[in-house]
Write a protein that binds this ligand. Structure first.
Ligand code: 4NP
Length: 157
């Protein structure tokens, strides 16, 4: 199994959107049996909550399921249990390095690292920008690039 964890600050806007979109992509490509897909937040404020209304509205518009997705906090164990830990911004990366001092087993990267053709290095936080369309567009492109990379690395087709 290839285990992928998406990480953001609250686990209600960006990372659940990425989790839902990535799961949708993997299903579309007939690769569901190969993957475990999850998301988590650096903070615990929203533990147990469903995605933010703006994330739900965007996923509804695109007919992408977010059924069963609830917020949880990222733990040090996640950094060894997952193969890919995919953060939304530089602050997430900095925060991840504080919860586990030793080198993680997981490959830790930002979603935007997988895109060559964008000036955006971070996925803006729509909790503050209010722009869920921009966030969705970046997540859509980033997740496709991430899946392509994972397929190549794991010889999946
Ligand atoms: P997210 O957005 O990291 O994309 O889920 C946020 C959601 C909630 C908060 C911050 C960011 N908050 O401070 O409650």
């Amino acid at each position: 199994m290839i285990k992928v964890l998406f990480v953001c600050l609250g686990n209600i806007c960006r990372s659940p959107m990425a989790e839902a979109y990535f799961r949708h992509l993997v299903e579309k490509e007939g690769l569901s049996d190969h993957f475990v897909i999850d998301s988590g937040g650096m903070g615990s404020w929203h533990t147990g909550k469903s995605p933010h209304q703006g994330t739900q509205a965007k996923l509804d518009e695109k007919q992408i399921s977010y059924q069963g997705i609830t917020a949880r906090q990222v733990t040090a164990e996640d950094l060894d249990a997952f193969d890919y830990v995919i953060a939304m911004d530089d602050q997430n990366i900095a925060d991840l390095s504080t919860i586990k001092k030793e080198a993680p087993t997981a490959a830790v990267a930002k979603l935007m690292d997988y895109l060559d053709s964008t000036s955006m290095k971070n996925v803006p936080d729509p909790y503050f920008t209010g722009d869920f369309d921009q966030t969705y567009a970046l997540i859509e492109a980033g997740c496709q690039a991430l899946l392509d990379e994972i397929k190549k690395a794991n010889q999946l087709n």
